[in-house]
Design a binder for this molecule. Structure first.
Ligand SMILES: *[C@@H]1O[C@H](CO)[C@@H](O)[C@H](O)[C@H]1NC(C)=O
Ligand SMILES: *[C@@H]1O[C@H](CO)[C@@H](O)[C@H](O)[C@H]1NC(C)=O
Ligand SMILES: *[C@@H]1O[C@H](CO)[C@@H](O)[C@H](O)[C@H]1NC(C)=O
Ligand SMILES: *[C@@H]1O[C@H](CO)[C@@H](O)[C@H](O)[C@H]1NC(C)=O
Ligand SMILES: *[C@@H]1O[C@H](CO)[C@@H](O)[C@H](O)[C@H]1NC(C)=O
Length: 607
């Protein structure tokens, strides 16, 4: 489909057979087999630039090159057995790892890497759309690179050359599978996202399904399966809407949904002929799904519901798992194309200096795996150590201030050990700077955090036009919450599907997924990890009076992303402030650089 990768330097010797040279050895753990069927899928989602894999976590240490080799072998196996294999990717391929964010322009290497995999159906996530230039990269690079496989059922872009509004990619794709001749109609959706830059237009899903083209195409006679790919939470209203729209005209045709965005492993049953798979995040998971009992060529009315079987497996993305499922070993597994891509990634990482060390983390700091507040919570560390220390050279540095950030500004845990240039992007890839409002009466300012965090009717009243769900880490968005963890403050926080772990018993912690098909979906048997909810926002007090008295007024400093909530919140609290009253706190500093500087100044020991 595309030409060979242009290697950065032919002299640089990277001797890896597969995976990245510094990748840890994968654990050897008991595995469940892949439940092959007639039509099989491999699914990735929310990779966020982690195409090099995880270099500090053995369970997720395989890279995109290994995935290319893996897909090659599974396709060969499908050909041998006379069944079919399709690859799906549901977006958010960018932002969140140095391999994407560390280059100028961003994504200099990502598109070449992604395009080397033969993906049958893919779509955009919300992250591709925050910046004008990132959505244009999709339009100019990825869409042409994938021919008609990139789909945009409810997404338009203003063409950068002509200024006309056009679909980002084709709305749908009809194709026939290679071996069984199954006739597939595929879509590529995005949830009802509102935070995109104004050069793209996201149409609400409930409007799209009413459009003439959609109503026409779902009525076509010769369809064996609807494949709905989407950067959409599989338990969302958007997917229910699409399911109902299809079922209204095709009561019996099999449907398979693939979703993303909430970064979890999940599998949902809509009816006996319609299921949805979500395959985690950050290249930790390769989702496998299958359907058997299909009868290609029969019209819907002839197919009986009883014969169909839908199955799923969540593969831990490491070479032990991939070798096992491919039935191959160190020597027989790597393909030339896969090895080339692994080498290209290694060279890009080296070119970008991603292993450059800023310091050494003395302990693990967790986003959701530790209670907040606690000494192992990343948010407590930010609140107590990093944020109060911020930006000493500011002219108003001795002014009492409140510093607020949303918890979703952080994207990944910090592991004990080297804190590298790569880590800075992994922990917080966002380029939002800090802004502030001068001299806000403290009696009002101190209530802001309560308003932001306590949600419910107050939040709805104060922020009717804003998507408050955008404040928290995406893992916390899911409706799949079945465990309640009691927090110190007496409030109940829901966790999901995972039970707290006893102290000192963590042989191989990892995903232990419970979904609509039970609790045997993970390919690797792990011990569970506890998961704690965090509030929308955290707040730090800096330079408050030493005698413990309350200041009359404070500066309210905040990460730019939450400015609309801060302004509306203060208005709600009776303060006459607007966007025009805000100023840059210190120019050129964002979460990424702030954390990197703090680490350099405070964690400068050796590992
Ligand atoms: C978009 O433009 C900004 C500002 O010029 C630049 O820093 C960034 O790397 C660009 N991003 C992409 C994806 O090209
Ligand atoms: C999009 O936003 C920019 C400012 O960021 C503005 O200059 C431009 O007019 C807007 N375009 C449209 C079509 O609203
Ligand atoms: C890998 O498998 C091949 C073919 O079965 C065998 O010849 C070779 O010795 C194996 N290599 C390793 C390292 O186990
Ligand atoms: C792998 O890279 C080599 C060296 O650049 C190139 O000659 C070869 O065609 C590539 N192979 C594949 C399958 O992409
Ligand atoms: C709010 O502030 C603006 C500009 O500072 C001023 O024009 C307006 O009259 C103020 N409104 C109220 C209700 O005080």
């Amino acid at each position: 489909m595309i030409g060979p990768l242009a290697f950065i330097s032919s002299t640089l010797l990277v001797g890896a057979l597969a995976a990245q040279p510094s990748a840890p050895k994968p654990p050897t753990l008991p595995l469940r087999e892949l439940p092959w069927g007639q039509l099989n899928f491999l699914h990735t989602t929310d990779t966020h630039g982690w195409h090099a894999g995880h270099l500090l976590e053995p369970s997720y240490s395989a890279d995109w090159g290994d995935y290319i080799s893996f897909a090659h072998h599974l396709r060969a196996k499908a050909d041998e057995e006379g069944v079919d294999l399709l690859l799906v990717d549901t977006g958010d391929r960018i932002e969140g790892n140095g391999l994407y964010d560390g280059s100028e322009p961003k994504g200099k290497y990502t598109f070449e890497i992604v395009k080397e995999q033969d993906i049958d159906v893919l779509c955009s996530g919300n992250h591709e759309l925050y910046q004008k230039n990132s959505s244009e990269n999709e339009y100019n690079k990825l869409v042409p690179g994938f021919g008609g496989n990139y789909l945009a059922s409810n997404l338009d872009i203003y063409d950068p050359d002509t200024g006309t509004r056009v679909p980002l990619a084709p709305r749908y794709r009809k194709f026939t599978t290679k071996n069984l001749g199954l006739r597939i109609l595929a879509f590529g959706f995005l949830f009802n996202f509102r935070g995109n830059y104004n050069n793209t237009v996201v149409q609400k899903v409930e409007q799209t399904v009413k459009e003439e083209w959609f109503q026409e195409v779902i009525r076509e006679k010769d369809i064996d399966l609807f494949l709905v790919a989407g950067h959409v939470d599989i338990r969302s209203e958007e997917y229910t809407t699409i399911f109902k729209a299809i079922r209204q005209v095709k009561w019996d045709t099999p449907i398979h949904f693939f979703g993303g965005h909430t970064h979890i492993r999940d599998y949902k049953k809509f009816d006996s002929k319609a299921y949805a798979l979500e395959s985690g995040r950050y290249m930790e998971t390769i989702g496998f799904a299958s359907i058997s009992g299909l009868e290609p060529g029969k019209s819907d009315a002839d197919v009986s519901a009883s014969g169909l079987r839908y199955e799923r497996r969540y593969i831990d993305n490491n070479l032990f798992s991939l070798h096992h499922h491919a039935g191959l070993n160190d020597t027989t597994f790597p393909t030339e194309r896969g090895t080339n891509v692994s080498r290209f990634i290694a060279e890009a990482r080296s070119e970008l200096g991603l292993d450059k060390k800023f310091g050494c983390a003395p302990q693990d700091l967790w986003m959701n795996r530790a209670k907040y507040p606690s000494k192992n919570s990343m948010y407590t560390w930010l609140e107590e150590d990093v944020l109060p220390d911020m930006i000493r050279e500011s002219a108003r540095h001795d002014q009492p201030r409140l510093v607020l950030i949303n918890t979703g500004a952080m994207r990944f845990d910090i592991y004990k050990g080297p804190f590298t240039r790569d880590t800075t992007y992994i922990v917080s890839p966002f380029t939002n700077g800090f802004r502030y409002l001068k001299n806000v009466p403290y009696q009002a300012a101190k209530k802001l955090i309560l308003l932001l965090n306590h949600g419910g009717p107050i939040l709805e009243q104060a922020f009717p036009a804003l998507q408050s769900t955008a404040l928290v880490p995406p893992e916390q968005l899911t409706a799949k919450q079945d465990v309640v963890i009691e927090n110190e403050d007496g409030l109940s926080y829901a966790g999901w599907g995972q039970t707290p772990l006893k102290e000192g018993t963590r042989p191989t912690p990892g995903y232990t997924t419970r979904d609509d098909a039970g609790d045997e979906g993970d390919d690797t048997l792990h011990s569970p990890i506890s998961f704690y909810r965090v509030p929308n926002c955290i707040q730090s007090q800096a330079d408050f009076p030493e005698d413990g008295s309350e200041p009359g007024s404070v500066d309210v400093v905040f990460v730019e992303f939450i400015q609309p909530w801060i302004i509306l919140g203060l208005n709600y609290l009776g303060q006459n402030v607007s966007t025009e009253n805000t100023e840059a706190f210190v120019k050129g500093k964002d979460m990424t650089t702030l954390v990197a500087e703090w680490v350099q100044n405070n964690w400068n020991g050796t590992c």
